[in-house]
Write a protein that binds this ligand. Structure first.
Ligand SMILES: Nc1ncnc2c1ncn2[C@@H]1O[C@H](COP(=O)(O)OP(=O)(O)OP(=O)(O)O)[C@@H](O)[C@H]1O
Length: 449
C-alpha cells in the first residue's frame, strides 16, 4: 500500500511572537541551552564507569554499575542510620539506565517488608522519582537492600544545588551591613518565584502520596532532585518503609510528619541553611525569611512546622497556596507549548534519516557489483543518477559541492513525492532523463522492496 504524504518540505514553525525558542521560560530554557542540556544528559548516560571499582558485574538483571555519589570511597554517606550508596546501572531486559540505591548490611526479616514497594510502584507523579522494584543481594559481599528508581541523568540534589558550601574559605554566615545595621546573608537567595514553584511541586507530590495512603517519610534537601530547569522530584521513596517495616507507626502521624519535614525544607531553602529551624537558628531564620520573601511563605512554613494545628493536612496547604498554583499552571502550559514547538522543528529528522537509510540499503550493494543490470538499467539507474544529483554535484572547477540545503530540499521533495521534475544527467554526460520526484520515489520504493 502506498500512501501519498500530504505534507512536504519543512514543517512550518509557530511564529516566534507566540512561542519563542530564543527566550527563557520558567521550566524550559532557550532552545540552544535546552539542546545542550539534552545532549549532555545523553553523554552522561553513555559514559562508562572507571575500571577498578570492584563492583559486581551483574546484579539481579542489572549490569554496568556506576557510582553516582562523587564522594564514593572517601566520605561514606548515610541514609538515616544506614550507610547507602547510589549507582546507575543498565537493565538487561530493556537496556535502559536505572538508579540503584543500596543500603549496606541490611537484614530483611520479613518478605512483607517489600509490600510498600509494590504500593510505591503504583505512585506515578511528575514530582516523584518512580520506584521500580526492590531486592536483597549478596553480590556486594554483604547483605544489601537495593531499591531501583528511574534514572534522571545529571540530576543534582537540592542540597548540592543550593546549600552546599561553595568553598571552605567562605563559610555560610551573615555579615553586618554597617550602613543599615542589619544582617545581610552571604548567599544568593533563591528567587521567590522558584521557591513557590518548589513549594507547589512538593505539595502536589505529597498530596498524591497521602491520597495513596502512604507517607513520603523523607523530605529533605539531600533527597530531592533537581532534574530540569526549576523541576524537582522527591527521590528515595519507599526506602524508609522497608527499613522501618518492623516498627509500627500510624499512617496519620507519618503524614503529619511529612508536613513538618516540608515546613523545615521551606525554611532551609529560604535561609540557605539545612538547620534553619533548630533552636539556635530559628529566630534568625524568621528574620531572614521576613526580609527576603513575602509573608505568605513564612505563614505557610510556620503552619507546616507547628506541632498542634487542628487542621494540619495537605488539603489545607492547597487552600493557603491556591492563588500561586495558577502561575505554576500557566508556566507548565507555556513549557508544553515551547517543547511542542521544538519538537516540530525536529519532525523532519526522522523522515530524512529513514530516507537516507533506504538509499544506503539500495546503493552500491556488493552482491550486485558484477551485475550491471542492477544499477545500470531501469529503476535502479534512475536512483543512481538521482543519488549523483543529490550528493555528487561538482562546480565548474570540478570541486565537490557540499550544499546541505540542496540535499535536504531534494530529500524532502522526494519524501513528499512532488510532481516537480528534475533533470538527471549520466556520468558520461551522454544522456539525460527528466523525471518527477514522484517517479523517483516509486523507483526507490520498488528497489527497496
Ligand atoms: N534517581 C536518580 N537519578 C539520577 N541521579 C540520582 C538519582 N538519585 C540520586 N541521584 C544522584 O546520586 C547522588 C547521590 O545521592 P544521595 O542521595 O546519596 O545524595 P547525598 O547528597 O550523597 O545524600 P546522603 O548524604 O544522604 O548520602 C546525588 O548526586 C544525586 O544527584
Amino acid at each position: 500500500m502506498f500512501f501519498q504524504l500530504n505534507y512536504h518540505l519543512y514543517t512550518p514553525a509557530i511564529p516566534p511572537a507566540f512561542v519563542s525558542s530564543s527566550t527563557d521560560s520558567h521550566f524550559v530554557p532557550q532552545s540552544t541551552e535546552l539542546r545542550q542540556t539534552l545532549q549532555s544528559r545523553s553523554e552522561t548516560i553513555r559514559s562508562y564507569p572507571s575500571l577498578g571499582l570492584n563492583l559486581p558485574e551483574e546484579l539481579q538483571g542489572y549490569h554496568t554499575l556506576t557510582p553516582l555519589d562523587v564522594s564514593f570511597g572517601t566520605d561514606r554517606r548515610k541514609f538515616g542510620n544506614w550507610f547507602s550508596v547510589v549507582y546507575r546501572a543498565i537493565n538487561s531486559t530493556d537496556g535502559l539506565p536505572y538508579t540503584l540505591r543500596r543500603i549496606e548490611n541490611f537484614r530483611l526479616m520479613h518478605q512483607t517488608a517489600f509490600s510498600s514497594i509494590e504500593a510505591w510502584g503504583r505512585v506515578q507523579h511528575p514530582n516523584i522519582v518512580s520506584v521500580h522494584e526492590a531486592f536483597t543481594t549478596r553480590a556486594f559481599n554483604d547483605s544489601s537492600l537495593v531499591v531501583v528508581y528511574t534514572y534522571h541523568a545529571n540530576a543534582q540534589t537540592l542540597y548540592d544545588a543550593y546549600l552546599k558550601p561553595k568553598s571552605p574559605s567562605f563559610p555560610q554566615q551573615s555579615f553586618l551591613n554597617q550602613a543599615t545595621g542589619t544582617q545581610t546573608p552571604q548567599f544568593t537567595p533563591i528567587p521567590e518565584r522558584t521557591i513557590w514553584s518548589y513549594i507547589i511541586q512538593i505539595a502536589s507530590a505529597i498530596k498524591k502520596v497521602h491520597e495513596a495512603k502512604l507517607a513520603v517519610r523523607m523530605i529533605d534537601t539531600t533527597k530531592i532532585l533537581v532534574t530540569g530547569k526549576n523541576r524537582i522530584r522527591i527521590g528515595s521513596c519507599g526506602i524508609v518503609d522497608v527499613l522501618m517495616h518492623d516498627t509500627h507507626q500510624e499512617m496519620h502521624l507519618l503524614q503529619l510528619e511529612d508536613l513538618t519535614m516540608f515546613g523545615r525544607l521551606i525554611f532551609a531553602l529560604c535561609c540557605n541553611n539545612a538547620s534553619a529551624t533548630t533552636n539556635g537558628n530559628f529566630q534568625k531564620s524568621l528574620e531572614i525569611m521576613g526580609r527576603l520573601y513575602s509573608p505568605e511563605i513564612k505563614t505557610l512554613g510556620l503552619f507546616l512546622i507547628s506541632k498542634s494545628h487542628p487542621n494540619k493536612n495537605i488539603n489545607a496547604v492547597f487552600e493557603m497556596i491556591g492563588s500561586r498554583v495558577v502561575t505554576e499552571l500557566d508556566d507548565a502550559l507555556t513549557a508544553t507549548d515551547k517543547l511542542e514547538n521544538e519538537l516540530l522543528g525536529e519532525l523532519e529528522n526522522a523522515r530524512l534519516v529513514r530516507l537516507l537509510c533506504k538509499f544506503g540499503f539500495i546503493n552500491e550493494r556488493p552482491e550486485f557489483a558484477r551485475d550491471p543490470r542492477w544499477s545500470e538499467t531501469g529503476d535502479r539507474y534512475i536512483i543512481k543518477l538521482f543519488r549523483d544529483y543529490v550528493f555528487h554535484q561538482v562546480d565548474e572547477h570540478g570541486n565537490p559541492i557540499t550544499n546541505l540545503s540542496h540535499v535536504l530540499t531534494c530529500l524532502s521533495k522526494l519524501d513528499a513525492g512532488t510532481d516537480e521534475k528534475v533533470m538527471l544527467v549520466a556520468r558520461d554526460e551522454q544522456s539525460c532523463l527528466v523525471v518527477s520526484y514522484k517517479e523517483i520515489r516509486s523507483c526507490i520504493d520498488a528497489a527497496f522492496k
